[in-house]
Each structure stands twice: as structure tokens, then as C-alpha cells.
Design a protein around this ligand. Structure first.
Ligand SMILES: C[S@@+](CC[C@H](N)C(=O)[O-])C[C@H]1O[C@@H](n2cnc3c(N)ncnc32)[C@H](O)[C@@H]1O
Length: 271
């Protein structure tokens, strides 16, 4: 897609959400945030694998892949404007590039965290292991206040009730290739931000991260350059998320599960 063909516009979807159409480079230059959570395009390794599988019925990814130069540009632009945690979901091939860029920006970077969805991305060709994981590369500023945030989970497992088979009752997938389960994004939002914080996602896709932020009582801002994806996100945010009243028991149970993070302390270290 030619990003220049999209006329930047601004759209405040709800009181707490600000969703903008256009490239983040063009439409978010005035934004600073408390927490940044991004699920940017993955590497050529992932995008190429999807292209190869088109002949056996898997959809190709409609947006271009990223390389380490894209990651460098992104982190250089956002590290200074992100007051707290910086979380990037990515594939194994780009995880090191995110880590290197965050280190270069003077942040404290943790080893990548696996986000597992058992049963996902089965190898339709029957050749070897499926790919159940994406990686969250996370970093924080090197301040005493950020260091006192509290212990966090070392991984996330998407439950069947919120994965492909249970997506509807658990808030639905975004409909965008690469869209993430709402439950996973809600857990990340809970762990890496506080109520009332401004969570930014510069590559919104179908809006799962922003919807998760709103659902968890945060404020949300983001951009999406593909008009169809933008429209999908706009509709989802306008509708909001209501947990199903009569969900099957596993989905209902999932709504109640807290990821096993410790109780959070205030950003300034207060209890
Ligand atoms: C992996 S998808 C995000 C999926 C999303 N997390 C969800 O659950 O629906 C990545 C998105 O980033 C968008 N994107 C890529 N580069 C961008 C840029 N420079 N500015 C804004 N959006 C961008 C793509 O159009 C795509 O929709």
C-alpha cells in the first residue's frame, strides 16, 4: 500500500480513545504516552511463509514486512516519548532487532517473553513444528521509579476460549491478519500500565490493543495507515467490549482469571 495515498485525518472515537488514520510517522507526532504497546509488521521470514502457504489456503498478509531499519526508526521516534513501559510483539527473527534498538535508546531491556497460543498456525504442509508463539520484547526507562514496578509474568498462554475456537465469546478477533486475542492484550495492558494511563499503539490494525486499553480503564491513542483496517478498528472501539452474559463456562472463567502478576505499586514507588 502507498501510505501517501491516505489523507491523514483525526477521529476521536470515544472520550477515552483517539484513533487516527495515516502512518504513525505522519499523524502521531504530537503524542507522548505512559505505555506503548505495538504489534507492528513482522519480518520477511513470517510474511514469506504466509505467501508460500497461499496455495494451500492460508491468506497472505496484506501489509509489508518490517526489517531492522524500520525497527530502529520506530524505537528512535518513540523511546523518548514513552514515559513507562515499551512492549513490542514480534516474531523470533525481529526480536533481536527490537532488543538492540531499545538498548541503543538507553532503556533496560528484558529477555523476550513468549506469548503462546496452543494449536495455532498448524503447518498445513505437514513439515515440522507449528508456530505457537510470538514474542513480547519489553523495556522500561532506567529510573528507580520504573524499577519499582513489581514482578510480572514470564509468559502468557492464550486459553482455548479466547483463541481461534473461542474467539467470538472472548471479544472476537479483529479480522485483520495478525490480529491478537483480546484476552492476551488485556493481560498485557493490565501488567504494563495503570488505570487512567495513556496507552499508545502506533500500528493499530483492527484495534485490539486500544480496545483492551479501554476495557481495562486506560486511555488509548493510535494510528492505522490502511483505511480498511482503520474502519474495522473504529467500529470495534465505538462498539466497545461487553463480556458475554451466557458464555460457555471456559470463556466465562477466562473473564475472571487474572494473569499472575504481583500487586502493582504506584509509578513513584508508593504502595
Ligand atoms: C500485525 S497488524 C496489527 C494487528 C492488531 N494488533 C490487531 O489485533 O488487530 C500491523 C498493522 O500495522 C499497520 N501499519 C504498518 N505500518 C504502519 C505505519 N507506518 N503507520 C500506521 N500503521 C501501520 C498495518 O497496516 C497493519 O494493520
Amino acid at each position: 500500500m502507498r501510505a501517501e495515498s491516505v489523507a491523514p485525518c483525526r477521529c476521536a472515537v470515544t472520550e477515552r480513545a483517539d484513533l487516527r488514520l495515516g502512518r504513525w510517522q505522519d499523524v502521531l507526532s504530537d503524542v507522548e504516552c505512559d505505555t506503548l504497546i505495538v504489534d507492528a509488521p513482522y519480518s520477511e521470514r513470517t510474511h514469506g511463509a504466509y505467501r508460500e502457504m497461499e496455495s494451500v489456503g492460508r491468506n497472505a498478509i496484506s501489509y509489508g514486512c518490517w526489517d531492522s531499519a524500520d525497527v530502529d526508526l520506530f524505537v528512535a521516534a518513540w523511546a523518548e516519548r514513552t514515559r513507562g513501559w515499551f512492549v513490542s510483539l514480534t516474531d523470533h527473527a525481529l526480536a533481536r532487532a527490537w532488543e538492540t534498538a531499545m538498548l541503543g535508546a538507553g532503556r533496560y531491556v528484558f529477555s523476550p517473553i513468549a506469548c503462546m497460543e496452543p494449536g495455532s498456525r498448524v503447518r498445513l504442509s505437514g513439515d515440522g513444528p507449528s508456530q505457537w508463539s510470538v514474542w513480547a520484547v519489553v523495556s522500561r526507562p532506567k529510573t528507580r521509579a520504573a524499577q519499582a514496578w513489581g514482578a510480572l509474568p514470564g509468559g502468557y498462554v492464550v486459553q482455548a476460549s479466547e483463541g481461534w475456537r473461542g474467539a467470538k465469546s472472548a471479544g472476537g478477533r479483529s479480522g485483520v491478519m495478525g490480529g491478537k486475542p483480546l484476552g492476551l492484550m488485556r493481560a498485557l495492558v493490565r501488567d504494563y500500565s495503570r488505570p487512567g494511563d495513556l496507552v499508545c499503539d502506533p500500528c493499530v490494525g483492527g484495534g485490539t490493543t486500544l480496545l483492551a486499553a479501554l476495557t481495562e480503564g486506560r486511555r488509548a491513542v493510535g494510528a492505522e495507515m490502511d483505511p480498511a483496517h482503520y474502519e474495522c478498528a473504529r467500529k470495534r472501539l465505538a462498539k466497545g467490549y461487553t463480556p458475554p452474559l451466557f458464555a460457555d463456562s471456559s470463556a466465562a472463567q477466562q473473564e475472571q482469571i487474572e494473569m499472575p502478576g504481583m500487586a502493582h505499586r504506584g509509578r513513584d514507588g508508593d504502595e
